[in-house]
Each structure stands twice: as structure tokens, then as C-alpha cells.
Design a protein around this ligand. Structure first.
Ligand SMILES: Cc1cc2nc3c(=O)[nH]c(=O)nc-3n(C[C@H](O)[C@H](O)[C@H](O)COP(=O)(O)OP(=O)(O)OC[C@H]3O[C@@H](n4cnc5c(N)ncnc54)[C@H](O)[C@@H]3O)c2cc1C
Length: 131
């Protein structure tokens, strides 16, 4: 919530304390923020405290050459927040598997799952108290 009872996820949010430059707003962040906003909005409507907190998650596929990207996933303070085990995809190194994930696997997942509201890996972390 940004004040005045306004909740906003996605590109309208200015990244705070993040390693993401302020002009860059990835869909990866919006994907994580949307269920947090939903959870906190429902909490406020029910008269409960907001407990879902955003860890600053963002993801940037950094193309370093044709066929290889660095799938950088990080949160506030540059903390690494990998989705996959590092033995599979190391988010600090270029890899061919990360390229295929980005180029081949993720587009149908975006269109047919995430954008239709189906998501299994973006549940918000619930805390005792959140701002
Ligand atoms: C070229 C490019 C490449 C990108 N690559 C990546 C990437 O690889 N990975 C990644 O994570 N992110 C990437 N992004 C960023 C990603 O697209 C955005 O972060 C994401 O789309 C933000 O989602 P959103 O729902 O906040 O906003 P949007 O997707 O912009 O949705 C806002 C919607 O509101 C509508 N709208 C605007 N004004 C009004 C109005 N007055 N009334 C009604 N509707 C309105 C718009 O038409 C739009 O549909 C890229 C962006 C660009 C431009």
C-alpha cells in the first residue's frame, strides 16, 4: 500500500532499496507483487493486519551472447533469490539452459499460465507484521 488506501503492483512501483535501476521494472517483479497486493488488500478489507511482504524480487535475463544468458534473480540489497537450484541454473553465470528457458519454455508459460492467473511459485511470504 502506498498511502491513501491505494495498492499498486507492477510498473507503477518505483523500485526501493533494489539493485534494479529506478527506470527498470521487470514483469518478474509484477508477478511477485500481484499476490502480495491481493493478500494485503484482502487483509485490510477484513480488518486484519497486512502480513504479506515483498522481498524486492526481480529478474533480468542478461544476454551475453547468442545462445547464452545470465538469468539474474535478486532482491533487495542484491541478495540472490534463485528460482532454480544453482546446480541446474547458476544465476551468476551465463548458461545455455537459461537461454532455452527464456527463449522456449517461458513464453508459453507467460501466455497460458501466468497471464491467466495460474502460478505456483509466487506465493507471498507472510510475516507477523508488515508495513
Ligand atoms: C521491450 C520490453 C522488454 C521487456 N522484457 C522484459 C523481460 O525480459 N523480463 C521482464 O520481467 N520484464 C520485461 N519487460 C517489462 C515488463 O513488460 C513490464 O514490467 C510488465 O509488463 C509490467 O506489467 P504491468 O501490469 O505493471 O503493466 P503493463 O503490462 O504496462 O499493463 C498496464 C495495462 O494498463 C493499460 N492501461 C494504461 N492506461 C490505462 C487506462 N487509463 N485505462 C485502462 N487501462 C489502461 C495498458 O494498456 C496495459 O494493458 C519488458 C518491457 C519492454 C517494453
Amino acid at each position: 500500500m502506498v498511502g491513501g488506501g491505494i495498492f499498486k503492483p507492477g510498473d507503477t512501483v518505483r523500485p526501493m532499496r533494489s539493485v534494479i535501476p529506478s527506470g527498470v521494472r521487470p514483469a518478474a517483479a509484477a508477478r511477485k507483487q500481484a499476490p502480495i497486493v491481493a493478500e494485503n488488500l484482502l487483509a485490510v478489507m477484513d480488518g486484519r493486519k497486512m502480513t504479506a511482504a515483498y522481498d524486492g524480487y526481480g529478474s533480468c535475463p542478461l544476454t551475453v551472447e547468442r545462445g547464452k544468458i545470465v538469468l539474474a534473480e535478486f532482491g533487495y540489497g542484491g541478495k540472490l533469490l534463485p528460482t532454480f537450484p544453482t546446480w541446474l541454473i547458476d544465476g551468476t553465470k551465463p548458461s545455455t539452459l537459461a537461454w532455452y528457458l527464456k527463449a522456449e519454455a517461458l513464453p508459453p508459460i507467460y501466455w497460458h499460465a501466468m497471464l491467466k492467473g495460474r502460478e505456483w511459485l509466487a506465493s507471498p511470504e507472510l510475516k507477523g507484521e508488515a508495513a
